[in-house]
Ligand binder design. Structure first.
Ligand code: C2E
Ligand code: CA
Ligand code: CA
Length: 579
């Protein structure tokens, strides 16, 4: 009622262009006036947000989304028409109103947050949640009161069973703590208070470290270590997360570069990308530039994108995933099964690795169906050529179970907790001394350009190597162990008559008799420093035998690991052709 009259007399900048009701500024001054005009009347503030409104934007487009917002505003106007109330739209899908407390005495007020909108015979139903603040302290600025209503709303944002929550004083302490953390962010970055910890990821078959995940920690000068669960949600709200994530990516790349420069072995490291990044158009370029700046191969960095991002911003995430993969990064779907995904969703994203959420392991003992679901997921992932990591492995029996259902890799406290960089470096050094499976070794004795070729980056040489008709690859020998580190397309065509087996044979120790034959030939190739040529019957995993003609040449290496270049011909094929 009041609002209508005022509307005509006030300037336009008090009203929201889209919906015609008050904007933030207009609402602040109108609510202030209302409280002043009725000093004896008890009032409440309500703060709404539409659940998953972003998805609406992605799915139905801007026009429909705008119509829904207008529809909501009209709904408010209609219901509050005869009330002593002011209401407005702050921004996006955040609506507010200031109403007399008695208005909340019956359930009718809940209709303010119910939105069902029909257009072209399609009905869209939306769910909102809201926070309520009973205005007990009228000396507070309106913005401060709204913060309180919002804080109440935030407590149920992820709880789909509640539609409203009342503010209480504890919430205010949380807000203050949040504000303190935010105000300290810039100093923390400048003083390098954020530290990257590394949690190793192990091969499920034997527990060997094959990768790691970078997890940030805040080593606060007075509060000690603060875990990311406390500050990341805050930085996602105010946008600082972009700065923090880039800081972490830089640190990780610098670590990789330092190890390679010193000739030390390393493994690929996954970094987390916050879900809010998918609205940042520079995301992919930023990642690529950071990797380039440190002169490392994108193969050394994997990108973890949480499942909820795939579900809430599918269009953006798909574009990002495709681009990152074209830049040579592996992309991982993190927290799979944590609540947003369907198995169906998997087929829509060309990811490389599936990381199963730790809740699966938690539920394993109390719900027998969990095992069935988990096993089906792994089978499906295999079918789609995805590698599977399980996180949160805490016991030996969990490990054994995961191994038995052919999960590829494991991560969890049973193996290692996240550790500071120095400890992780020591672990890598120790692992490098014992095995060949650390993929990435910079070997200064070997001409760097040869290694570049094998890095499968997008250089011309690398593309040439990959597409060479002959089967070629790089083999590592360490003690009694031999495994293939890199292979080109020709190799898969020669051995498997297809390219689809890619990566499956990599980093798997050879078994006898192939192992001893190859080792013997390697020794001769190294001693004579000449090309070795020999025939080899190789039994594939599918049981079929291929007769190969192998050429082998020693490239170089250190005491722990020697590298050999090899090529293969399918000798059987040739014989057939000749006869
Ligand atoms: P996440 O990506 O799912 O990371 C795994 C979390 O599980 C880590 O918690 C890790 O320490 C913990 N964890 C690992 N093994 C076990 C286990 O066996 N049992 C249990 N109970 N927990 C285990 P953390 O380090 O506290 O990180 C929490 C979340 O914060 C991460 O979840 C990730 O979403 C986010 N995060 C961490 N670092 C970054 C970062 O640099 N950028 C962004 N955007 N997010 C990050
Ligand atoms: Ca992660
Ligand atoms: Ca995770």
């Amino acid at each position: 009622m009041e609002q209508q009259q005022e509307k005509q007399s006030n300037q336009n900048d008090l009203f929201d262009e889209l919906t015609g009701i008050y904007n933030r500024h207009g609402f602040f001054s109108a609510a202030e006036q209302l409280l002043k005009n009725y000093p004896e009347q008890p009032f409440c503030l309500i703060y709404w947000n539409i659940r998953k409104f972003r998805v609406t934007n992605d799915l139905f487009g801007r026009d429909i989304s705008n119509k829904i917002l207008i529809h909501w505003a009209n709904n408010l106007s209609e219901i509050l028409h005869d009330e002593l109330a002011v209401y407005g739209r702050l921004e996006h899908d955040n609506f507010v109103c200031c109403v007399p407390e008695r208005f909340l005495n019956n359930d009718d007020w809940k209709k303010l947050g119910e939105i069902s909108y029909t257009s072209d015979e399609i009905t869209y139903n939306f769910y909102s949640c809201c926070g309520l603040y009973q205005i007990t302290d009228r000396t507070l600025p309106i913005s401060n009161m709204l913060d309180r209503a919002r804080a109440a709303m935030d407590t149920i944002k992820d709880d789909y069973t509640s539609i409203y929550a009342w503010y209480d004083e504890d919430m205010w302490n949380t807000i203050l703590e949040e504000q303190r953390i935010n105000s300290e962010f810039k100093t923390a970055i400048a003083e390098k208070q954020f530290k990257v910890y590394y949690q190793p990821i192990c091969r499920a078959s034997d527990g060997l470290v094959i990768s790691a995940e970078a997890l940030v920690r805040w080593i606060h000068p007075t509060k000690g270590m603060i875990s990311p669960g406390t500050f990341i949600p805050l930085f996602e709200k105010n946008g600082f997360i972009s700065i923090l994530d880039r800081y972490v990516w830089n640190e990780v790349c610098a670590t990789q570069q330092a190890r390679l420069d010193q000739g030390l072995a390393t493994v690929p490291i996954s970094v987390n990308v916050s879900r809010v990044e998918f609205y940042n158009p520079n995301l992919c370029e930023d990642l690529r530039n950071i990797v380039k700046k440190h002169n490392i191969s994108p193969e050394l960095i994997k990108i973890e994108i949480t499942e909820s991002a795939y579900a809430t911003s599918p269009v953006q995430v798909l574009t990002v995933v495709e681009k990152l993969r074209s830049y040579g990064f592996s992309v991982l779907m993190d927290d799979f099964g944590s609540g947003y995904s369907s198995l169906n969703m998997l087929k829509n994203f060309p990811i490389d690795i599936l990381k199963i959420d730790m809740r699966f392991l938690d539920n394993l003992s109390n719900n027998p169906k969990t095992a069935i679901v988990l096993e089906s997921i792994i089978r499906l992932a295999k079918w789609m050529n995805l590698s599977v990591v399980s996180e949160g492995v805490e016991t030996q029996s969990e490990w054994e179970y995961l191994r038995s259902i052919e999960c590829d890799s494991v991560q969890g406290y049973y193996f290692y907790k996240p550790m500071p960089q120095e400890n992780f470096n020591a672990l890598l050094d120790e692992a490098a001394a014992n095995s060949v499976s650390l993929l990435f070794h910079s070997l200064p004795e070997i001409n760097n350009s040869i290694l570049d070729v094998f890095n499968l980056s997008n250089t011309r040489e690398s593309i040439l190597f990959y597409n060479m008709l002959d089967g070629m690859g790089l083999l590592a020998l360490s003690g009694d162990n031999v495994e293939i580190l890199r292979a080109n397309k020709g190799f898969y065509e020669t051995v498997y008559n297809s390219t689809s087996k890619e990566k499956k044979i990599l980093n798997k120790p050879f078994k006898d008799p192939v192992r001893s034959i190859v080792i013997e030939q390697c020794h001769i190739a190294k001693e004579t420093n000449e090309m070795q040529q020999f025939r080899l019957d190789y039994k594939r995993e599918d049981g079929r035998c291929v007769r190969l003609y192998v050429k082998l040449r020693y490239l170089g290496g250190g005491p722990q690991q020697e590298l050999y270049l090899f090529s293969v011909h399918n000798f059987g094929e040739q014989q057939k052709a000749e006869s």
